[in-house]
Write a protein that binds this ligand. Structure first.
Ligand code: SF4
Length: 70
């Protein structure tokens, strides 16, 4: 069982599921990736503001998030 370091924001459980071979949805994968990319939000949750990232419109903390399931 792979455990992920980092605070227990949304994304941690999803990243752990992925790393343990459990299938997650596309939207969940985006949430998990942003959690990973942000280092587990160790400095607190925030929008990353990297607008040239293709996932930025779907970042779970982007105020204009395009995902409907976050
Ligand atoms: S949107 Fe931001 S946090 Fe998410 S993967 Fe891209 S750069 Fe990383």
């Amino acid at each position: 069982m792979i455990k992920v370091e980092g605070r227990a924001y949304k994304g941690k459980r999803l990243l752990e599921k992925h790393l343990n071979g459990i299938r997650i949805t596309r939207n969940e994968a985006i949430i998990a990736k942003c959690y990973d990319c942000e280092g587990g939000y160790s400095d607190g949750i925030k929008e990353c503001n990297i607008s040239d990232c293709p996932l930025h419109p779907y970042n779970p903390y982007n105020k204009s998030n395009l995902c409907s399931e976050t």
